[in-house]
Design a protein around this ligand. Structure first.
Ligand code: PLP
Length: 437
């Protein structure tokens, strides 16, 4: 018999006075009773908004829909909603309708790098595969706000098959990242089918699932789901916890199930003004994550998607948070802070500076305490000239048919045998003049 917190019991009673407390842990009940309008929110939480506020809120909801699970709702402190990090992540704000000049519908150009219906192929060896348009809850800070909740964006089975074909036909894809929407909102057997199809593609070495289910609907992580997932190793799962208050007894249980199934867990947080833009909050979060066997993976600078203005912080805030983590806590508890750059440039890591200066054979470094120190480089290092022909190199590497012959990006500039000395954007005025003359 489930024992519910006072908050949870009150919410159950308000949803359905006759409902058994046991329903709470039934994820389908949670989905069926998701809160999708302001009045229900008021009734279930015992709060009320005045007429003007309500009008502004309803304006927001008509552009960016509202959806909150009763579970996530129960984590809100009803006595102090305006400062509550849970409330801020799930409840609409009229500020979402403010669009700044630099805001974009699709800032990451996911729709441009788009060779198959549900695929974004940006990096050489891995693809993003959007398998679901459904989420248990709509995060107010969602970068794919344009798509989520839009029935026209639900991927059909035919589109999934076409996307699987793309992966099958591209042997360089060795890592497939399932996202959405939330892949865990798909029925077990449908997700099982997609994972089985991917298992059968020989060049796909690893599959990852990005999900917020352990945060907003932990009861979805059933024994049946984890048993199914465990049949598809190597499978990695990335969750999305943003605040320590999201790590509860229920989410802890869901995470333990996933970890016990042998699934390596990572976490991607988004830096959000008023929610987690504080070094102490982030330190508490990452320490709680590692206690739950989750490795903090990325901390994202908030994207330039429309409707997120009020969540954005300066980049300095992220650097300050990383400064407060490196050296101060376990190395594996420190995420990589990244800016997912507009225009499809992808994730760019940003760090505090540790390398202070550099002369021939000597590096000056500083540590987290402010100690300034030096590292003496070897005088005798003999670089091996590399023509990227590994078969004739004295260093031992069996390539086993992998194609590693082409250097791209900055690696190309660093390479010994490629004559390229600069990477220059194509469409500058200077270069157009060259073509004209
Ligand atoms: C984030 C992302 C990936 C995965 O990047 P990793 O740095 O390997 O986690 C792949 N494709 C797209 C389009 C992405 O946005």
């Amino acid at each position: 018999m489930a024992i519910l917190s006072t908050n949870q019991q009150e919410i159950v009673d308000r949803i359905d006075a006759g409902a058994a407390a046991g329903m709470w842990r039934d994820w389908r009940w949670q989905v069926q009773n998701a809160i999708t309008d302001i009045s229900t929110f008021e009734r279930l939480l015992g709060v009320s908004f005045d007429q003007d506020d309500r009008k502004a809120l309803e304006g927001t909801v008509s552009r960016f829909p509202l959806r909150i699970t009763p579970y996530y709702l129960s984590l809100i402190d009803a006595k102090d909603i305006w400062n509550d990090p849970i409330f801020m992540q799930c409840f609409p704000s009229p500020a979402e309708l403010q669009v700044e000049p630099d805001d974009m519908e699709d800032p990451l150009a996911e729709d441009a790098d788009h060779p198959a219906p549900c695929i974004t192929h940006r990096y050489p060896d891995r693809v993003l595969f959007l398998v679901s348009n459904v989420c248990a809850m709509y995060c107010r800070h969602c970068t794919r706000k344009r798509k989520v909740g839009d029935i026209d964006s639900i991927p059909s089975e035919a589109e999934i098959i076409e996307s699987l074909d793309y992966i099958r036909e591209n042997p360089r894809v060795r890592d497939v990242l399932l996202s959405g929407g939330d892949p865990f909102m798909l029925p077990d057997d449908y997700l099982d089918w997609i994972l089985t199809e991917l298992d059968d593609i020989e060049h796909v070495e690893v599959v990852r699932i990005g999900t917020r289910v352990p945060v907003v609907l932990p009861y979805r992580v059933t024994k049946e789901l984890t048993a199914m997932l465990a049949r598809h190793h190597p499978l990695w799962v990335n969750t999305h916890f943003n605040h320590p208050a999201e790590i509860t007894a229920s989410s802890t249980e869901a995470l333990a199930r996933l970890a016990d199934a042998g699934i390596p867990l990572g976490n991607q947080s988004v830096l959000l003004a008023g929610v987690n833009d504080c070094p102490r909050i982030m330190k508490t979060l990452v320490q709680k994550l590692v206690r739950n066997r989750i490795r903090p993976y990325y901390l994202y600078q908030c994207d330039l998607s429309e409707g997120l203005t009020h969540f954005r912080t300066p980049v300095s805030k992220g650097i300050e948070i990383i400064e407060n983590l490196i050296g101060h806590t376990s190395g594996f508890a420190v995420p990589t802070y990244v800016i997912d750059a507009p225009g499809g440039a992808g994730k760019i890591p940003v760090m505090p500076q540790y390398l202070i200066s550099w002369a021939t054979n000597k590096v000056v470094l500083r540590n987290f305490e402010g100690v300034i120190t030096t590292y003496r480089e070897p005088d005798s290092y003999e670089p091996v000239w590399c023509d990227r022909k590994c078969a004739t190199c004295r260093q031992y590497l069996r390539l086993e048919g992998a194609d590693e012959s082409r250097a791209i990006g900055i690696v190309k500039l660093l390479s010994d045998e490629d004559p390229t000395t600069a990477l220059v954007p194509e469409h500058t005025e200077r270069f157009e003049r060259r073509h004209d003359s």
